[in-house]
Design a protein around this ligand. Structure first.
Ligand code: CA
Length: 534
Protein backbone atom coordinates (compact mmCIF):
# COMPACT_ATOMS: atom_id res chain seq x y z
CA UNK A 1 0.00 0.00 0.00
CA UNK A 2 1.27 3.49 -0.82
CA UNK A 3 1.78 6.04 1.94
CA UNK A 4 -1.08 8.02 0.50
CA UNK A 5 -3.46 5.08 0.98
CA UNK A 6 -1.99 4.32 4.38
CA UNK A 7 -2.62 7.92 5.43
CA UNK A 8 -6.16 7.73 4.13
CA UNK A 9 -6.77 4.56 6.08
CA UNK A 10 -5.59 6.02 9.32
CA UNK A 11 -6.85 9.59 9.15
CA UNK A 12 -9.87 9.66 6.84
CA UNK A 13 -11.64 6.63 8.25
CA UNK A 14 -12.89 6.24 4.73
CA UNK A 15 -11.02 4.87 1.83
CA UNK A 16 -9.07 1.95 3.14
CA UNK A 17 -9.33 -0.79 5.64
CA UNK A 18 -7.32 -1.42 8.72
CA UNK A 19 -8.15 -4.16 11.21
CA UNK A 20 -10.11 -3.32 14.34
CA UNK A 21 -7.18 -4.46 16.45
CA UNK A 22 -5.40 -1.30 15.22
CA UNK A 23 -6.67 2.13 16.11
CA UNK A 24 -7.87 4.87 13.82
CA UNK A 25 -7.12 8.49 14.61
CA UNK A 26 -9.18 9.60 17.59
CA UNK A 27 -9.92 6.10 18.84
CA UNK A 28 -9.14 4.43 22.15
CA UNK A 29 -8.88 0.73 23.02
CA UNK A 30 -12.14 -0.93 24.05
CA UNK A 31 -12.44 -3.81 26.50
CA UNK A 32 -12.53 -6.50 23.83
CA UNK A 33 -9.15 -5.92 22.17
CA UNK A 34 -10.55 -3.64 19.47
CA UNK A 35 -10.95 0.14 19.27
CA UNK A 36 -13.77 2.66 19.42
CA UNK A 37 -14.33 6.40 19.68
CA UNK A 38 -14.51 7.74 23.22
CA UNK A 39 -17.91 9.27 24.06
CA UNK A 40 -17.96 12.63 25.82
CA UNK A 41 -18.97 12.90 29.48
CA UNK A 42 -22.50 14.13 28.72
CA UNK A 43 -23.20 11.13 26.53
CA UNK A 44 -21.74 8.96 29.24
CA UNK A 45 -23.98 10.64 31.83
CA UNK A 46 -27.05 9.77 29.76
CA UNK A 47 -25.83 6.22 29.23
CA UNK A 48 -25.28 5.78 32.93
CA UNK A 49 -28.66 7.25 33.88
CA UNK A 50 -30.49 4.98 31.44
CA UNK A 51 -28.43 1.79 31.49
CA UNK A 52 -26.89 1.78 34.97
CA UNK A 53 -23.95 -0.41 35.91
CA UNK A 54 -25.55 -2.80 38.36
CA UNK A 55 -24.19 -6.27 37.67
CA UNK A 56 -21.49 -4.85 35.38
CA UNK A 57 -21.17 -6.12 31.83
CA UNK A 58 -19.60 -9.10 30.11
CA UNK A 59 -16.28 -7.22 30.09
CA UNK A 60 -16.32 -5.01 33.16
CA UNK A 61 -17.20 -5.63 36.79
CA UNK A 62 -19.90 -3.49 38.40
CA UNK A 63 -17.36 -1.77 40.64
CA UNK A 64 -14.95 -0.54 37.96
CA UNK A 65 -17.76 0.41 35.59
CA UNK A 66 -19.56 2.34 38.33
CA UNK A 67 -16.36 4.13 39.28
CA UNK A 68 -15.71 5.18 35.68
CA UNK A 69 -19.26 6.47 35.37
CA UNK A 70 -19.14 8.25 38.73
CA UNK A 71 -16.04 10.06 37.51
CA UNK A 72 -17.86 11.10 34.34
CA UNK A 73 -20.80 12.38 36.44
CA UNK A 74 -18.37 14.38 38.60
CA UNK A 75 -16.78 15.94 35.53
CA UNK A 76 -20.24 16.93 34.24
CA UNK A 77 -21.00 18.47 37.65
CA UNK A 78 -17.75 20.45 37.48
CA UNK A 79 -18.52 21.64 33.98
CA UNK A 80 -22.15 22.61 34.55
CA UNK A 81 -23.71 21.47 37.82
CA UNK A 82 -27.14 23.00 37.20
CA UNK A 83 -27.41 21.33 33.79
CA UNK A 84 -26.30 17.99 35.23
CA UNK A 85 -29.00 18.14 37.92
CA UNK A 86 -31.61 19.06 35.28
CA UNK A 87 -30.63 16.06 33.18
CA UNK A 88 -30.82 13.75 36.17
CA UNK A 89 -34.31 15.09 36.95
CA UNK A 90 -35.40 14.84 33.34
CA UNK A 91 -34.33 11.22 32.77
CA UNK A 92 -35.80 10.21 36.13
CA UNK A 93 -39.14 12.02 35.85
CA UNK A 94 -39.82 11.09 32.25
CA UNK A 95 -39.42 7.40 33.06
CA UNK A 96 -36.83 6.89 30.32
CA UNK A 97 -34.71 4.47 32.36
CA UNK A 98 -35.63 0.92 33.38
CA UNK A 99 -34.47 1.75 36.91
CA UNK A 100 -34.32 4.93 38.97
CA UNK A 101 -31.25 3.96 41.00
CA UNK A 102 -28.61 5.49 38.68
CA UNK A 103 -30.47 8.83 38.89
CA UNK A 104 -30.59 8.62 42.70
CA UNK A 105 -26.90 7.73 42.77
CA UNK A 106 -25.97 10.65 40.48
CA UNK A 107 -28.12 13.01 42.55
CA UNK A 108 -26.34 11.86 45.72
CA UNK A 109 -23.01 12.73 44.04
CA UNK A 110 -24.39 16.17 43.20
CA UNK A 111 -25.34 16.81 46.84
CA UNK A 112 -21.67 16.34 47.75
CA UNK A 113 -20.29 18.74 45.14
CA UNK A 114 -17.86 21.50 46.12
CA UNK A 115 -20.10 24.28 44.83
CA UNK A 116 -22.87 25.21 47.31
CA UNK A 117 -25.21 26.18 44.45
CA UNK A 118 -24.92 22.72 42.91
CA UNK A 119 -25.54 21.09 46.30
CA UNK A 120 -28.63 23.23 46.82
CA UNK A 121 -30.00 22.50 43.34
CA UNK A 122 -29.51 18.78 43.97
CA UNK A 123 -31.29 18.85 47.33
CA UNK A 124 -34.13 20.92 45.90
CA UNK A 125 -34.54 18.25 43.23
CA UNK A 126 -34.75 15.42 45.76
CA UNK A 127 -38.59 15.08 45.75
CA UNK A 128 -38.57 15.04 41.95
CA UNK A 129 -36.08 12.17 41.71
CA UNK A 130 -37.00 10.35 44.94
CA UNK A 131 -40.74 10.08 44.34
CA UNK A 132 -41.44 7.12 46.61
CA UNK A 133 -40.35 5.76 49.96
CA UNK A 134 -38.09 3.17 48.36
CA UNK A 135 -36.40 5.89 46.29
CA UNK A 136 -35.62 8.08 49.30
CA UNK A 137 -34.26 5.10 51.24
CA UNK A 138 -31.96 4.18 48.35
CA UNK A 139 -30.85 7.82 48.16
CA UNK A 140 -30.02 7.78 51.88
CA UNK A 141 -27.90 4.67 51.35
CA UNK A 142 -25.98 6.33 48.52
CA UNK A 143 -25.60 9.79 50.00
CA UNK A 144 -24.05 8.68 53.28
CA UNK A 145 -21.13 7.17 51.33
CA UNK A 146 -20.18 10.52 49.78
CA UNK A 147 -20.97 13.16 52.43
CA UNK A 148 -21.98 13.70 56.04
CA UNK A 149 -25.45 14.37 57.42
CA UNK A 150 -24.99 18.12 57.57
CA UNK A 151 -27.76 20.61 58.13
CA UNK A 152 -28.57 21.14 54.46
CA UNK A 153 -28.97 17.41 53.81
CA UNK A 154 -31.23 17.02 56.84
CA UNK A 155 -33.30 19.96 55.63
CA UNK A 156 -33.51 18.44 52.15
CA UNK A 157 -34.79 15.15 53.55
CA UNK A 158 -37.19 17.00 55.88
CA UNK A 159 -38.55 18.70 52.77
CA UNK A 160 -39.18 15.29 51.21
CA UNK A 161 -41.44 14.40 54.17
CA UNK A 162 -43.26 17.72 54.47
CA UNK A 163 -43.76 18.06 50.72
CA UNK A 164 -45.74 14.85 50.49
CA UNK A 165 -49.50 14.74 51.00
CA UNK A 166 -50.43 12.77 54.10
CA UNK A 167 -52.39 10.02 52.30
CA UNK A 168 -49.47 9.44 49.99
CA UNK A 169 -46.99 9.46 52.86
CA UNK A 170 -49.12 6.90 54.70
CA UNK A 171 -48.91 4.64 51.63
CA UNK A 172 -45.11 5.01 51.46
CA UNK A 173 -44.80 4.15 55.14
CA UNK A 174 -46.95 1.02 54.75
CA UNK A 175 -45.19 -0.18 51.61
CA UNK A 176 -41.54 0.54 52.13
CA UNK A 177 -40.13 -0.69 55.39
CA UNK A 178 -36.43 -0.86 54.67
CA UNK A 179 -33.78 -0.52 51.99
CA UNK A 180 -29.98 -0.11 51.85
CA UNK A 181 -29.92 -0.39 55.63
CA UNK A 182 -32.33 2.52 56.02
CA UNK A 183 -35.91 2.74 57.23
CA UNK A 184 -38.17 5.78 56.99
CA UNK A 185 -38.10 6.05 60.79
CA UNK A 186 -34.28 6.49 60.72
CA UNK A 187 -34.63 9.27 58.17
CA UNK A 188 -37.40 10.91 60.12
CA UNK A 189 -35.37 10.91 63.32
CA UNK A 190 -32.41 12.47 61.49
CA UNK A 191 -34.34 15.08 59.57
CA UNK A 192 -36.91 16.20 62.17
CA UNK A 193 -39.40 17.57 59.66
CA UNK A 194 -41.74 20.23 61.06
CA UNK A 195 -45.21 20.86 59.71
CA UNK A 196 -48.48 22.57 60.60
CA UNK A 197 -50.46 19.83 58.91
CA UNK A 198 -52.00 17.75 61.70
CA UNK A 199 -52.39 14.58 59.65
CA UNK A 200 -48.75 14.69 58.53
CA UNK A 201 -47.63 15.37 62.09
CA UNK A 202 -49.53 12.31 63.35
CA UNK A 203 -47.95 10.17 60.63
CA UNK A 204 -44.42 11.43 61.41
CA UNK A 205 -45.00 10.52 65.03
CA UNK A 206 -46.27 7.04 64.13
CA UNK A 207 -43.41 6.34 61.70
CA UNK A 208 -40.89 7.37 64.37
CA UNK A 209 -42.68 5.51 67.22
CA UNK A 210 -44.60 2.61 65.67
CA UNK A 211 -45.02 0.82 69.00
CA UNK A 212 -46.53 3.77 70.84
CA UNK A 213 -50.28 3.32 71.48
CA UNK A 214 -51.10 7.01 71.33
CA UNK A 215 -49.12 7.46 68.10
CA UNK A 216 -50.97 4.49 66.57
CA UNK A 217 -54.36 5.88 67.55
CA UNK A 218 -53.55 9.32 66.15
CA UNK A 219 -52.20 7.89 62.88
CA UNK A 220 -55.32 5.73 62.50
CA UNK A 221 -57.40 8.85 62.91
CA UNK A 222 -55.26 10.81 60.48
CA UNK A 223 -55.13 8.33 57.59
CA UNK A 224 -57.81 5.75 56.69
CA UNK A 225 -55.07 3.57 55.17
CA UNK A 226 -53.35 3.19 58.56
CA UNK A 227 -56.69 2.40 60.19
CA UNK A 228 -57.26 -0.26 57.53
CA UNK A 229 -53.78 -1.68 58.13
CA UNK A 230 -54.54 -2.31 61.81
CA UNK A 231 -58.05 -3.63 61.13
CA UNK A 232 -56.58 -6.09 58.63
CA UNK A 233 -54.16 -7.38 61.25
CA UNK A 234 -57.17 -8.24 63.42
CA UNK A 235 -59.21 -9.85 60.64
CA UNK A 236 -60.89 -13.08 61.74
CA UNK A 237 -61.37 -14.71 58.34
CA UNK A 238 -60.10 -14.58 54.76
CA UNK A 239 -63.48 -13.16 53.70
CA UNK A 240 -63.24 -10.35 56.24
CA UNK A 241 -59.64 -9.62 55.21
CA UNK A 242 -60.65 -9.40 51.56
CA UNK A 243 -63.48 -6.98 52.43
CA UNK A 244 -61.10 -4.75 54.39
CA UNK A 245 -58.56 -4.74 51.54
CA UNK A 246 -61.22 -3.50 49.14
CA UNK A 247 -62.75 -1.01 51.59
CA UNK A 248 -59.41 0.64 52.45
CA UNK A 249 -57.63 0.08 49.11
CA UNK A 250 -54.83 -1.66 50.95
CA UNK A 251 -51.64 -2.61 49.09
CA UNK A 252 -50.03 -6.06 49.15
CA UNK A 253 -47.43 -4.89 51.67
CA UNK A 254 -50.19 -4.34 54.24
CA UNK A 255 -51.28 -7.99 54.06
CA UNK A 256 -49.99 -10.46 56.67
CA UNK A 257 -47.83 -13.14 55.01
CA UNK A 258 -50.14 -16.06 55.88
CA UNK A 259 -52.91 -14.47 53.81
CA UNK A 260 -50.79 -14.05 50.68
CA UNK A 261 -51.52 -17.53 49.39
CA UNK A 262 -55.27 -16.89 49.33
CA UNK A 263 -56.91 -16.38 45.96
CA UNK A 264 -59.67 -14.29 47.49
CA UNK A 265 -57.10 -11.92 49.00
CA UNK A 266 -55.40 -11.36 45.64
CA UNK A 267 -58.78 -10.86 43.99
CA UNK A 268 -59.41 -8.07 46.51
CA UNK A 269 -55.92 -6.58 46.05
CA UNK A 270 -56.35 -6.51 42.28
CA UNK A 271 -59.24 -4.02 42.56
CA UNK A 272 -57.07 -1.02 43.48
CA UNK A 273 -53.69 -2.38 42.40
CA UNK A 274 -51.55 0.11 40.46
CA UNK A 275 -50.64 -1.04 36.97
CA UNK A 276 -46.95 -1.61 37.71
CA UNK A 277 -47.77 -3.67 40.82
CA UNK A 278 -50.21 -5.69 38.75
CA UNK A 279 -47.54 -6.41 36.15
CA UNK A 280 -45.02 -7.32 38.82
CA UNK A 281 -47.42 -9.69 40.60
CA UNK A 282 -48.79 -11.52 37.55
CA UNK A 283 -46.89 -14.69 38.41
CA UNK A 284 -48.07 -14.77 42.01
CA UNK A 285 -51.69 -14.03 41.06
CA UNK A 286 -51.49 -16.84 38.51
CA UNK A 287 -49.86 -19.29 40.91
CA UNK A 288 -52.70 -18.83 43.44
CA UNK A 289 -55.18 -19.53 40.64
CA UNK A 290 -56.69 -16.05 40.25
CA UNK A 291 -55.35 -15.39 36.76
CA UNK A 292 -55.80 -18.46 34.58
CA UNK A 293 -56.62 -19.10 30.92
CA UNK A 294 -60.22 -18.01 30.40
CA UNK A 295 -60.64 -16.44 33.85
CA UNK A 296 -62.36 -13.12 34.46
CA UNK A 297 -59.21 -11.82 36.17
CA UNK A 298 -57.13 -12.58 33.05
CA UNK A 299 -59.60 -10.56 30.97
CA UNK A 300 -59.54 -7.72 33.51
CA UNK A 301 -55.71 -7.62 33.49
CA UNK A 302 -55.59 -7.68 29.69
CA UNK A 303 -58.12 -4.83 29.48
CA UNK A 304 -56.13 -2.68 31.86
CA UNK A 305 -52.92 -3.31 29.92
CA UNK A 306 -54.72 -2.33 26.73
CA UNK A 307 -55.74 1.03 28.21
CA UNK A 308 -53.28 3.47 26.66
CA UNK A 309 -54.11 6.23 29.13
CA UNK A 310 -53.48 4.04 32.19
CA UNK A 311 -50.24 2.85 30.67
CA UNK A 312 -49.09 6.40 30.02
CA UNK A 313 -49.92 7.57 33.52
CA UNK A 314 -48.19 4.59 35.12
CA UNK A 315 -45.01 5.37 33.13
CA UNK A 316 -44.32 1.69 32.77
CA UNK A 317 -40.91 1.17 31.23
CA UNK A 318 -40.70 -1.10 28.15
CA UNK A 319 -37.97 -3.20 29.76
CA UNK A 320 -40.12 -3.83 32.84
CA UNK A 321 -42.96 -4.95 30.61
CA UNK A 322 -40.66 -7.16 28.56
CA UNK A 323 -39.31 -8.71 31.75
CA UNK A 324 -42.85 -9.42 32.94
CA UNK A 325 -43.77 -10.90 29.56
CA UNK A 326 -40.73 -13.18 29.52
CA UNK A 327 -41.38 -14.45 33.02
CA UNK A 328 -45.14 -14.71 32.71
CA UNK A 329 -45.16 -16.47 29.34
CA UNK A 330 -42.71 -19.13 30.50
CA UNK A 331 -45.05 -20.06 33.35
CA UNK A 332 -42.58 -20.06 36.21
CA UNK A 333 -41.02 -17.48 38.49
CA UNK A 334 -37.39 -16.37 38.39
CA UNK A 335 -36.64 -18.35 41.53
CA UNK A 336 -38.40 -21.41 40.18
CA UNK A 337 -40.70 -22.07 43.13
CA UNK A 338 -43.88 -20.72 41.54
CA UNK A 339 -45.44 -22.23 38.43
CA UNK A 340 -48.64 -21.44 36.53
CA UNK A 341 -50.42 -21.87 33.21
CA UNK A 342 -50.04 -18.59 31.29
CA UNK A 343 -53.22 -17.06 29.87
CA UNK A 344 -52.52 -16.13 26.23
CA UNK A 345 -54.77 -13.07 26.51
CA UNK A 346 -52.40 -11.67 29.19
CA UNK A 347 -49.21 -12.52 27.26
CA UNK A 348 -50.59 -10.85 24.16
CA UNK A 349 -51.66 -7.78 26.13
CA UNK A 350 -48.17 -7.46 27.65
CA UNK A 351 -46.67 -7.71 24.20
CA UNK A 352 -48.85 -4.87 22.94
CA UNK A 353 -48.18 -2.84 26.06
CA UNK A 354 -44.46 -3.07 25.27
CA UNK A 355 -44.97 -1.25 21.98
CA UNK A 356 -47.28 1.33 23.52
CA UNK A 357 -44.93 2.07 26.40
CA UNK A 358 -42.64 3.87 23.94
CA UNK A 359 -45.37 6.34 23.14
CA UNK A 360 -46.84 6.96 19.75
CA UNK A 361 -44.40 7.08 16.81
CA UNK A 362 -45.41 7.42 13.18
CA UNK A 363 -43.48 5.54 10.48
CA UNK A 364 -40.63 7.51 8.90
CA UNK A 365 -41.07 5.78 5.56
CA UNK A 366 -37.29 5.30 5.44
CA UNK A 367 -35.52 2.12 4.40
CA UNK A 368 -33.94 0.90 7.60
CA UNK A 369 -31.58 -1.98 8.23
CA UNK A 370 -32.04 -2.96 11.88
CA UNK A 371 -29.00 -4.93 13.00
CA UNK A 372 -28.77 -6.69 16.35
CA UNK A 373 -25.40 -7.70 17.79
CA UNK A 374 -25.85 -11.34 18.84
CA UNK A 375 -22.23 -11.91 19.95
CA UNK A 376 -21.34 -13.63 23.20
CA UNK A 377 -20.96 -10.43 25.20
CA UNK A 378 -24.58 -9.47 24.52
CA UNK A 379 -25.65 -12.78 26.08
CA UNK A 380 -23.27 -12.28 28.98
CA UNK A 381 -24.45 -8.81 30.05
CA UNK A 382 -27.56 -8.37 32.15
CA UNK A 383 -30.07 -5.75 31.02
CA UNK A 384 -30.41 -3.14 33.80
CA UNK A 385 -29.03 -5.60 36.33
CA UNK A 386 -31.76 -8.15 35.63
CA UNK A 387 -31.13 -11.79 36.46
CA UNK A 388 -33.48 -13.09 33.80
CA UNK A 389 -33.13 -10.64 30.90
CA UNK A 390 -29.85 -10.17 29.06
CA UNK A 391 -28.82 -7.37 26.69
CA UNK A 392 -29.33 -9.52 23.61
CA UNK A 393 -32.96 -10.28 24.41
CA UNK A 394 -33.79 -6.73 25.44
CA UNK A 395 -31.89 -5.40 22.40
CA UNK A 396 -33.78 -7.71 20.06
CA UNK A 397 -37.05 -6.43 21.51
CA UNK A 398 -35.93 -2.82 21.06
CA UNK A 399 -35.10 -3.64 17.44
CA UNK A 400 -38.56 -5.12 16.98
CA UNK A 401 -40.10 -1.87 18.15
CA UNK A 402 -38.77 -0.35 14.89
CA UNK A 403 -39.81 -3.29 12.77
CA UNK A 404 -43.35 -3.10 14.10
CA UNK A 405 -43.72 0.61 13.27
CA UNK A 406 -41.75 0.93 10.05
CA UNK A 407 -42.96 -0.45 6.73
CA UNK A 408 -39.49 -0.79 5.23
CA UNK A 409 -37.43 -2.17 8.08
CA UNK A 410 -35.31 -5.22 7.51
CA UNK A 411 -33.78 -7.04 10.45
CA UNK A 412 -30.49 -8.91 10.62
CA UNK A 413 -28.48 -10.55 13.38
CA UNK A 414 -24.70 -10.21 13.32
CA UNK A 415 -21.61 -11.45 15.12
CA UNK A 416 -18.67 -12.09 12.79
CA UNK A 417 -21.19 -12.80 10.07
CA UNK A 418 -24.63 -11.44 9.32
CA UNK A 419 -27.90 -13.11 8.40
CA UNK A 420 -31.48 -12.03 7.84
CA UNK A 421 -33.75 -13.01 10.69
CA UNK A 422 -37.09 -14.36 9.68
CA UNK A 423 -39.22 -12.55 12.21
CA UNK A 424 -42.66 -11.22 11.58
CA UNK A 425 -43.82 -7.96 13.12
CA UNK A 426 -46.80 -9.85 14.47
CA UNK A 427 -44.69 -12.38 16.33
CA UNK A 428 -44.74 -12.06 20.11
CA UNK A 429 -41.57 -10.72 21.70
CA UNK A 430 -40.89 -13.69 23.99
CA UNK A 431 -40.81 -15.76 20.81
CA UNK A 432 -38.65 -13.25 18.91
CA UNK A 433 -36.06 -13.04 21.68
CA UNK A 434 -35.70 -16.83 21.59
CA UNK A 435 -34.96 -16.61 17.86
CA UNK A 436 -32.09 -14.19 18.47
CA UNK A 437 -30.66 -16.23 21.32
CA UNK A 438 -29.60 -19.03 18.94
CA UNK A 439 -26.46 -17.21 17.73
CA UNK A 440 -23.36 -16.30 19.69
CA UNK A 441 -19.98 -15.49 18.22
CA UNK A 442 -17.24 -12.86 17.99
CA UNK A 443 -18.02 -9.20 17.37
CA UNK A 444 -17.65 -7.27 14.15
CA UNK A 445 -19.86 -4.16 14.04
CA UNK A 446 -18.78 -3.52 10.44
CA UNK A 447 -20.96 -6.50 9.45
CA UNK A 448 -24.27 -4.63 8.97
CA UNK A 449 -22.70 -2.24 6.44
CA UNK A 450 -20.82 -5.04 4.69
CA UNK A 451 -24.03 -7.07 4.54
CA UNK A 452 -25.84 -4.18 2.85
CA UNK A 453 -22.94 -3.73 0.39
CA UNK A 454 -22.76 -7.42 -0.44
CA UNK A 455 -26.50 -7.68 -0.99
CA UNK A 456 -26.69 -4.39 -2.86
CA UNK A 457 -29.31 -3.22 -0.33
CA UNK A 458 -30.26 0.41 -0.57
CA UNK A 459 -30.88 1.75 2.91
CA UNK A 460 -31.44 5.21 4.35
CA UNK A 461 -30.32 4.21 7.81
CA UNK A 462 -28.56 1.53 9.79
CA UNK A 463 -29.95 1.05 13.29
CA UNK A 464 -27.40 -1.03 15.16
CA UNK A 465 -28.00 -2.47 18.63
CA UNK A 466 -24.63 -3.30 20.23
CA UNK A 467 -22.38 -2.89 23.27
CA UNK A 468 -19.80 -1.28 20.92
CA UNK A 469 -17.10 -3.77 21.96
CA UNK A 470 -16.11 -4.56 18.38
CA UNK A 471 -12.82 -6.32 17.62
CA UNK A 472 -13.09 -9.07 15.04
CA UNK A 473 -13.14 -7.31 11.68
CA UNK A 474 -10.38 -6.48 9.21
CA UNK A 475 -12.07 -3.13 8.71
CA UNK A 476 -13.53 -0.63 11.19
CA UNK A 477 -17.29 0.00 11.25
CA UNK A 478 -16.74 3.66 10.25
CA UNK A 479 -14.70 2.51 7.27
CA UNK A 480 -17.41 0.10 6.18
CA UNK A 481 -19.97 2.90 6.61
CA UNK A 482 -17.84 5.29 4.55
CA UNK A 483 -17.55 2.69 1.82
CA UNK A 484 -21.31 2.15 1.86
CA UNK A 485 -21.89 5.89 1.56
CA UNK A 486 -19.41 6.13 -1.29
CA UNK A 487 -20.77 3.21 -3.26
CA UNK A 488 -24.49 3.18 -2.49
CA UNK A 489 -26.07 6.04 -0.56
CA UNK A 490 -24.05 9.14 0.42
CA UNK A 491 -26.84 10.18 2.80
CA UNK A 492 -27.03 6.89 4.71
CA UNK A 493 -27.42 7.49 8.43
CA UNK A 494 -26.23 5.35 11.28
CA UNK A 495 -27.82 5.03 14.70
CA UNK A 496 -25.97 3.08 17.36
CA UNK A 497 -27.99 1.98 20.37
CA UNK A 498 -25.55 1.28 23.17
CA UNK A 499 -26.36 -1.66 25.43
CA UNK A 500 -23.82 -1.04 28.16
CA UNK A 501 -22.61 2.04 30.01
CA UNK A 502 -19.03 1.79 28.74
CA UNK A 503 -17.03 4.73 27.42
CA UNK A 504 -17.10 4.35 23.67
CA UNK A 505 -18.99 4.14 20.42
CA UNK A 506 -18.27 2.69 16.99
CA UNK A 507 -19.39 6.03 15.47
CA UNK A 508 -17.56 9.30 16.17
CA UNK A 509 -19.53 12.29 17.44
CA UNK A 510 -18.34 14.52 14.57
CA UNK A 511 -20.37 12.60 11.99
CA UNK A 512 -23.60 14.59 11.57
CA UNK A 513 -25.33 11.64 9.91
CA UNK A 514 -24.56 9.33 12.81
CA UNK A 515 -25.92 9.31 16.32
CA UNK A 516 -25.47 7.26 19.44
CA UNK A 517 -28.18 6.71 22.00
CA UNK A 518 -28.49 4.56 25.10
CA UNK A 519 -30.35 1.36 24.33
CA UNK A 520 -33.38 0.50 26.51
CA UNK A 521 -34.20 4.21 26.66
CA UNK A 522 -37.99 4.51 26.58
CA UNK A 523 -37.54 7.67 24.51
CA UNK A 524 -35.21 6.00 21.97
CA UNK A 525 -37.78 5.23 19.25
CA UNK A 526 -39.01 8.84 19.36
CA UNK A 527 -35.50 10.34 19.31
CA UNK A 528 -34.34 8.04 16.52
CA UNK A 529 -37.54 8.77 14.60
CA UNK A 530 -36.79 12.52 14.74
CA UNK A 531 -33.19 11.95 13.69
CA UNK A 532 -34.17 9.81 10.70
CA UNK A 533 -36.65 12.44 9.50
CA UNK A 534 -34.20 15.34 9.84
CA1 CA B 1 -19.39 -8.82 21.72
Amino acid sequence: MSYRNLMKSIFNRGAGAIPQSMKLQGQVPNAAGGHYFPVNDWVRLDRFLVLGTEGGTYYAGALSLTLENAEAVLRCLDEDGALTVRRIVDVSQSGRAPKNDPALFALALATAHGDANVRRAALDALPKVARTGTHVLAFAGYVETVRGWGRSLRRGVAGWFTGMESERLALQAVKYRQREGWALRDLLRLAHPLTDDLASRALFDWIAHPENGKAIANARGAAPLIDGLYRLRDAKSVRQAADLIVKYSLPREAVPTELLNEREVWDALLVAMPLWAMVRNLGKMSAVGLIAPGSAAARYVADRLADAEQLRRARMHPVQILLALRTYAQGRGALGSLTWAPAPVVSDALDQAFDRSFGFVTPTGKRILVAVDVSGSMHGSACAGSKVLNCLEAGAAMAMSFVRVEDQAHVIAFDTGARAVGVSRRQRLDDVTRTFAQWSGGTDVAQPMRYALDKGLEVDAFVVVTDNETWAGNQHPVQALARYRKQVNPEAKAVVMACSANGGSVVPDDDARAMGIAGFDAAAPRIVNDFLRS
